[in-house]
Design a protein around this ligand. Structure first.
Ligand code: NAD
Ligand code: UDP
Length: 316
């Protein structure tokens, strides 16, 4: 593949920073755009000064005038705590921001990969979730600023594609974890690991029987890049790990991997918390020849190592 000019919105976030790493490794020019709401400069500090890397502080709710061959649109807070902090801003990022990104793509003739989410399936009543399932989302609930915003963003992508021929790729990401997840963004993996490393009981919401399927970040990023660089399908395609775990099982695995003996404690289940979630990834296997390689214990060990190192350095 020739070397391209690639814009990554939300590039200083958890997933975006890993994506920037891979793109730089492949020899591309990378423009990382971020407003640092839930991401941070530290996530890309090692890239600053690299001749092919540029960090731009910018909010995608405002138009951006740059030239790019490809755009990965990741800008949007992903953890419920972060996206519920300013729900109207979250909606604007997924709607007005998406229009700006698609407008930029239309002007430059760039291909856009948009990171949608398993949240478009809401609290699903079919299991596992395939791309042709339309979802069960509460349109006025506390998660709706994120879920409905992402649903509008998918619709915008499809309509810019159909009406203006913009090349789009839609990926529905399922729960992903790994190094550089914000330590207190409230997501379950970072919560459990930080609690275990500080020897505090792991906070199980509800009875802990609700399920999620956790994908390690390196697997996820490989899937995004495969989706961007294939010419067959605009999507949506599910990218995630189909191994499903209850939160109780996740807590037990975190305790095992960290060697912590703090146990668990029960806290109330948040409103509209989906009971189960697991991707059907047959489309990703077929179209992208992609499937995850890294199992939960291995991925958790790498993530624990990252947080341990930051604690050792006195950063956490
Ligand atoms: P993150 O919060 O770490 O990263 C999002 C980044 O976008 C942050 O750096 C944030 O500062 C930036 N941002 C937010 N609003 C912005 C705006 N208006 N303008 C510019 N930058 C803005 O989250 P993440 O886990 O890296 O998620 C990245 C993308 O993947 C998000 O769009 C998210 O919805 C999607 N996703 C992630 C997961 C997951 O499990 N991590 C699951 C489903 C979907
Ligand atoms: N959860 C939990 N303890 C925590 C944080 C989250 O039991 O300290 C649960 C939460 O109720 C949900 C699951 O873990 O059922 C995943 O939550 P997360 O916020 O990570 O992702 P999402 O709900 O968006 O999939």
């Amino acid at each position: 593949m020739s070397h391209l000019s690639i814009l990554v919105t939300g590039g200083a976030g958890f997933l975006g920073s890993h994506l920037c790493d891979r793109l730089i490794e492949q020899g591309h020019e990378v423009m990382c755009v971020d407003n640092f709401f839930s991401g941070s400069k530290e996530n890309v500090a090692h890239l600053i000064g690299h001749p092919r890397f540029e960090l731009i502080r910018h909010d995608i709710v405002r138009p951006l005038f740059v030239e790019a061959d490809q755009i990965y649109n990741l800008a949007c807070p992903a953890s419920p705590k972060a996206y519920q902090y300013n729900p109207i801003k979250t909606i604007k990022t997924s709607t007005v921001g998406m229009v700006n990104v698609l407008g930029l793509a239309k002007r430059c003739g760039a291909r856009v990969l948009h990171t949608s989410t398993s949240e478009v399936y809401g609290d699903p009543d079919v299991h596992p979730q395939r791309e042709d399932y339309w979802g069960n989302v509460n349109p006025i609930g506390p998660r709706s600023c994120y879920d409905e915003g992402k649903r509008v963003a998918e619709s915008l992508c499809m309509n810019y594609h159909l009406a203006h021929g913009v090349e789009v790729r839609i990926v529905r990401i399922f729960n992903t974890y790994g190094p550089r997840m914000h330590p207190d963004d409230g997501r379950v993996v970072s919560n459990f690991i930080m609690q275990a490393l500080h020897n505090k009981p792991l906070t199980l919401y509800g009875d802990g029987r609700q399920t999620r399927s956790f994908c390690y970040v390196d697997d996820l990023v490989a899937g995004l890049m495969k989706m961007m660089n294939q010419d067959e399908d605009v999507g949506p395609v599910n990218i995630g790990n189909p191994t499903e775990n209850s939160m109780k099982e996740l807590a037990e695995t975190v305790l095992k991997v960290t060697g912590a003996t703090c146990g668990t404690t029960n806290e109330p289940l948040p409103q509209d918390d989906p009971k189960q979630r697991c991707p059907d990834i047959s489309k990703a296997k077929r179209v992208l020849n992609w499937q995850p390689e890294i199992n939960l214990e291995t991925g958790l060990s790498r993530t624990v190592e990252y947080y341990r190192e930051r604690i050792r350095k006195g950063e956490l």
